[in-house]
Design a protein around this ligand. Structure first.
Ligand code: ZN
Length: 168
């Protein structure tokens, strides 16, 4: 784990780390705390609003989010309730220069473990709900391009091939 933390590198589309189901975390220990910090740092450095562990090659149910209200660490998230529906363009650090219009619930009630192993139950809406669900997708190996319609998939296929080639 220490080696991974020393140099977090954003995994790009085509990297097998991005397609796996992430494993649940038993407890946030010292190694996990170091990872949270490194992930938050990397998220800010890359100017993202969220970053999931699989995006840095760690196959665990962990992500960090900051939509402008400070960093939030999320471990083993579950959506309890969702409502509403909104469409918004999303980008992703692992799929640079591509945006996809994605329909997602507007409001969610979620539960997760925070960086202090405390169980949190919270309601999120708007951008926070969107980023939360985007990062949750990463934990099940799903990416924004999976939401693209056939027309857009056709348009971006060359870009994706190039990204895959670079990620090897
Ligand atoms: Zn992403």
């Amino acid at each position: 784990m220490e080696k991974i933390i020393q140099k977090l590198k954003i995994r790009i589309y085509g990297d097998p780390c991005l397609c796996q189901k992430a494993e649940a975390v038993k407890e946030a220990g010292i190694a996990e705390r170091m990872l949270f910090e490194a992930m938050i740092e990397t998220m800010y450095k890359e100017k993202g609003v969220g970053l999931a562990a699989p995006q840095v090659g760690v196959n665990k149910q962990i992500f960090v989010v900051d939509v402008g209200e400070g960093p939030v660490v999320v471990v083993n998230p579950k959506v309890i309730k969702k409502s509403g529906c909104a469409v918004m363009e999303e980008g992703c650090l692992s799929v640079p220069e591509i945006v996809v219009k994605i329909k997602r619930p507007e409001k969610i009630l979620v539960k997760y473990i925070d960086e202090n192993n405390q169980l949190v139950e919270k309601q999120y809406s708007e951008l926070m709900a969107r980023v939360f669900l985007h990062e949750m997708d990463h934990l099940s190996g799903k990416m924004i391009v999976d939401y693209a319609g056939w027309r857009q998939k056709f348009q971006i296929r060359k870009q994706l091939e190039e990204l895959s080639a670079e990620s090897i």
